[in-house]
Design a protein around this ligand. Structure first.
Ligand SMILES: [Zn+2]
Length: 214
């Protein structure tokens, strides 16, 4: 077995910072939204295609693909709530729309773990309707547009839903799908992650392209 990296036990904000290419994807998608506003649909489609960058999928796969101890760094921890049988978990898996809005107001359109800029489901649906052929909209990861997959906004239960975590706003944060899947059923302590709720957030111009692509 390979030696563990020297920083294995250090606490960290996220599993692995996103590659710089995420900024290129954001630039392309912002240009796509502008082109769409100007009714230049061909240019918008081109920019959406340009944002489909393989490196983003490689990053996502390292974190939310098969268990990878160098990335996930699972460690012994205390007071881990037991994994609940599916029937004993809270039935509603996702927060209600009102709570979702409050969480976005509180945390903005960035992952509270890795800071990746995010786009919510409503905007994705509009993009898919307007540009069904510009992005890959398949149902499995390899058939999805890499940037749009990496930038999917999700709601993460800090205490995992599978361990009795509820849908109270205090137990939820905004997360990218990659960090959310990477975290899975584990607690912050088991993963050596700082609590994302306490993180200081830098001001950002990114607002998730909300209300665009209409
Ligand atoms: Zn993330």
């Amino acid at each position: 077995m390979d030696a563990l990296p020297p920083n294995f036990w250090d606490k960290r904000r996220c599993f692995l910072p996103p590659p710089d290419d995420i900024n290129h994807a954001v630039e392309h998608l912002t240009l796509a939204a502008k082109a769409h506003d100007q009714a230049d649909y061909e240019a918008a489609a081109h920019q959406i295609k340009c944002a489909d960058i393989q490196v983003l999928e490689d990053w996502r796969y390292l974190i939310s693909g098969p268990s990878n101890q160098k990335i996930h760094r699972i460690r012994p921890a205390t007071d881990i709530p037991p994994l609940l049988p599916k029937n004993n978990r809270l039935k509603a898996r996702m927060p209600l729309a009102n709570a979702q809005s409050k969480l976005i107001q509180k945390y903005g359109y960035h992952c509270t773990y890795c800071d990746v800029p995010l786009i919510d489901l409503k905007t994705f649906k509009r993009m898919k309707k307007k540009y069904p052929n510009a992005a890959r909209w398949g149902s499995i990861n390899t058939e999805k547009h890499h940037a749009l997959k990496a930038m999917s906004l999700t709601f993460d239960h800090v205490i995992p839903h599978s361990r009795g975590g509820n849908n109270d706003i205090e137990n939820l944060v905004i997360s990218c799908q990659t960090c959310n899947c990477g975290k899975g059923n584990s607690t912050l302590e088991e993963l050596g992650l700082f609590d994302p709720r306490n993180k200081e957030r830098a001001p950002s111009q990114w607002n998730g392209l909300v209300d665009r692509f209409k």
